[in-house]
Design a protein around this ligand. Sequence first.
Ligand SMILES: [Zn+2]
Length: 152
Amino acid sequence: MKRVEKGVLSRKLSPRQYHVLIERGTERPFSGKLLYNKQKGAYACARCGNIIFDSSTKFDSGCGWPSFYDAREGAVKFKKDFRNFMIRTEVVCSKCGGHLGHLFKDAPQTPTGKRYCINSVALNFKENSRKKTKEAKSGKEKTKKKVRNKNK
Ligand SMILES: [Zn+2]
């Protein structure tokens, strides 16, 4: 009897976001705009803004969806997903319950061995505004250290 307004929780969702977050759908592989995003920052739930992943845990798994090897503590919950004749671990936002993707343990190349296979449309990326301080110190300065004969 209760017709809960699903959009009430937060901002409006696009049809594709609705399909993934609410209807637990999956976007087409290699279609997500965050798939190749390598900027530093945080990935938040597109539905409620809950920060889910940090860019430092993102890695290229080649699976076609944004992949992370760890989530922020308490940011996600896990459910057993028996759909499509498989048993998978569903990853949902701990705050709003929105469907984000699935968790697999098939990434031995990462520190955790886990792969959070996440739909791009379920996430909003927030660029880290003070990324420059760290980046300037790491790596780049050293490689540029060319010794030129600077007489004069
Ligand atoms: Zn959420």
